[in-house]
Design a protein around this ligand. Structure first.
Ligand SMILES: [Zn+2]
Length: 73
């Protein structure tokens, strides 16, 4: 059984395009690994961005609490 030979769009390595190959059809199995995708998404949010999100959440929680507190009194 012969599979079509493709050239990986990421590392330019030739690979056999098997029908059950996971990931993109123009990427070799090594470049289609889920770990690679995860690494890219992990670096998507940096520390500053996470800190801003946390502060926004805290501010919203405080505002909600103030609102409830005002309603009670
Ligand atoms: Zn590759």
């Amino acid at each position: 059984m012969a599979f079509p030979i493709k050239v990986c769009a990421v590392c330019s390595e030739e690979f056999e395009l098997k029908p059950d190959k996971p990931g993109f059809a123009n990427r070799c199995p090594a470049c289609s690994e889920p770990e690679q995708v995860k690494a890219v998404t992990k670096t998507g949010i940096d520390v500053d961005e996470r800190k801003t999100l946390k502060e926004a959440n805290e501010a919203r929680r405080r505002a909600m609490r103030d609102l409830l507190y005002r309603k009670d009194s």
